[in-house]
Ligand binder design. Structure first.
Ligand code: ATP
Ligand code: MG
Ligand code: MG
Length: 379
C-alpha cells in the first residue's frame, strides 16, 4: 500500500514511523533533509507544500495523499480529487475550511457548535476599533491564515494600542476574536474513518507558554463530566467534516464551565504526541489506518497510563535543548523524541518528552526532576 505525505516536519516524521511498521511506503514533499525524509530512503520530493506543481508531482507517485500541515494549496488538491486516481485525506474542502480560521469559525457556528465570537476585519484602524468596541478589551487580533505557535496572534489590550499593533501586522487577512477568560485549555484528538465513523481519544489539558504548547497532561485534570463534555463537542465538530484521518480539537474550558472550540487542526496534533507511549494505538498509526481503510477497533484510543508531555524548544545556543533531553534520559518513565531538525532556533520545536507513571503525581515528580536545571541539582 502506498500513501504520500505533504509536509515533512515532526508530525510527518512520526507518521512515517507508524507507516514503516505497517509496511506502508511514504514519500514526503518538503525541503531537502526535512525530519520526515530522514527516516526512510524513498524518492522524496524537494519543494514547497504550497507549490501546486510539486503537489501534482507527488500525486503522480501515489495512491493516497495526506498532509501534516493545513497551510497547503487546496485548489490543486481539489483538482487531484476530481481526477479520481488518488484519494486525498482529509478532503480538500475540509482543509480549505479549516486553514482559514475565520471560515472555520463560521462553519462551526453554522453547525451549532460553541466557539469564540469572531469578527472579520480589514487591516484598518477603524475596523479593528469597531470590532474591539463590540467584543470588548482585551481582545485577540488574529491572522486568518498561515498561523502557528501563536505567530499570527496579537493581543489588543485597549483601543489606544491599535495604532502601534497595526504597524506590525502581517500582510494576511485578519479577524478579531473575543477574549476567552479560560480556566484551562483542553484538547481532544478525534479519528474519522473512511466510512465516517468517529472515535475520540481521551480529553487532555494543554498548558501554553508564550502561545506555544509547553505541557500536555493526559488525562486532563478536570472532572470526568467535563472530560466527557469536551469529547462530545470534539466528536460532533469532526463529524461535520469530510475525509478520513485524525484531527486535533483545541478548546477553552471557561470559568463558567462552558466549553468553546478554539481551533481545529486537520492532522495529527501536538496534544496527541503522548498517545505513542500512553494509548493502545498512537494518533499517528490511527491516522495511517484511517486513511488506508485499515481496522480501528473502538478501544484503540484507550489510555494505558497517565502521562505528561513536555515540548523541547530550541534555546539560545544550538544544543542548549540537549541538557533537558539528558535529564529526561536519566528519568525513569521518560521517553525522548528528537526530530532531526537541521538547525535549532530559539523557541523552535526540536523534540518532546513523554513521561509516564502510575499516577499523575508520579508523572509530576518526574517532570520536576527533568525541569530542574543541572545547576539546581548540584546545589
Ligand atoms: P497552533 O496552531 O500552534 O496551536 P495558533 O497560531 O493557531 O497556534 P491559537 O491556537 O489561535 O494560535 O492561539 C495560541 C494560544 O493563544 C491559545 O492556545 C491560547 O493560549 C491563546 N489564545 C488564543 N486565542 C485566545 C483568545 N481568544 N483568548 C485568550 N487566549 C487566546
Ligand atoms: Mg493553529
Ligand atoms: Mg492553537
Amino acid at each position: 500500500m502506498d500513501s504520500r505525505t505533504i509536509g515533512g516536519g515532526q508530525l510527518g516524521r512520526m507518521l512515517v514511523e507508524a507507516a514503516n511498521r505497517l509496511n506502508i511506503k511514504t514519500i514526503i514533499l518538503d525541503a531537502p533533509f526535512s525530519p520526515a525524509k530522514q527516516i526512510n530512503s524513498l524518492q522524496h520530493i524537494d519543494g514547497s507544500f504550497s507549490d501546486p506543481s510539486a503537489i501534482k508531482t507527488l500525486s503522480s507517485k501515489c495512491h493516497i495523499l495526506t498532509t501534516e500541515i493545513e497551510h497547503v494549496d487546496t485548489q490543486i488538491l481539489g483538482e487531484i480529487e476530481k481526477e479520481g486516481k488518488v484519494e486525498v485525506h482529509p478532503s480538500s474542502e475540509t482543509i480549505k475550511i479549516i486553514q482559514d480560521k475565520f471560515t472555520q469559525k463560521e462553519h462551526l457556528t453554522s453547525k451549532g457548535l460553541p466557539t469564540t465570537q469572531s469578527i472579520p476585519v480589514q487591516r484598518s484602524r477603524h475596523e479593528i476599533l469597531t470590532a474591539g468596541e463590540q467584543l470588548g478589551y482585551p481582545c485577540m487580533l488574529k491572522s486568518r491564515t498561515l498561523s502557528y505557535d501563536g505567530r499570527g496572534n496579537f493581543v489588543v489590550s485597549s483601543a489606544e494600542s491599535v495604532t502601534e499593533i497595526i504597524k506590525t501586522l502581517p500582510d494576511q487577512p485578519l479577524y478579531v476574536e473575543k477574549w476567552a477568560e479560560f480556566e484551562k485549555e483542553l484538547a481532544v484528538v478525534v479519528i474519522r474513518t473512511t466510512q465516517g465513523n468517529i472515535i475520540s481519544y481521551p480529553t487532555v489539558e494543554t498548558i501554553h507558554q508564550s502561545n506555544i504548547c509547553h505541557l500536555v497532561y493526559a488525562p486532563a485534570r478536570v472532572m470526568e463530566s467535563v472530560q466527557a463534555k469536551a469529547r462530545i463537542i470534539a466528536e460532533k465538530a469532526i463529524s461535520t467534516f469530510n475525509g478520513a484521518g485524525v484531527f486535533g480539537v483545541e478548546m477553552f474550558l471557561m470559568k463558567s464551565g462552558d466549553i468553546l472550540i478554539n481551533e481545529i487542526a486537520p492532522r495529527p496534533h501536538n496534544s496527541g504526541h503522548y498517545t505513542i507511549e500512553a494509548c493502545n494505538t498512537s494518533q499517528y498509526e490511527a491516522h495511517i489506518r484511517a486513511i488506508t481503510g485499515l481496522p480501528l477497533p473502538k478501544l484503540c484510543t484507550a489510555m494505558k497510563t497517565t502521562s505528561i508531555m513536555l515540548n523541547i524548544l530550541g534555546g539560545e545556543t544550538p544544543d542548549e535543548h540537549h541538557q533537558i533531553c539528558r535529564k529526561a534520559l536519566e528519568t525513569p518513565g521518560a521517553t525522548v523524541h528528537l526530530y532531526g531538525k537541521l538547525e535549532s532556533r530559539k523557541s523552535r520545536k526540536m523534540g518532546h518528552v513523554t513521561i509516564v507513571g502510575s499516577s499523575m503525581s508520579e508523572c509530576d515528580y518526574r517532570l520536576a526532576n527533568i525541569l530542574t536545571s543541572n545547576a539546581d541539582s548540584m546545589t
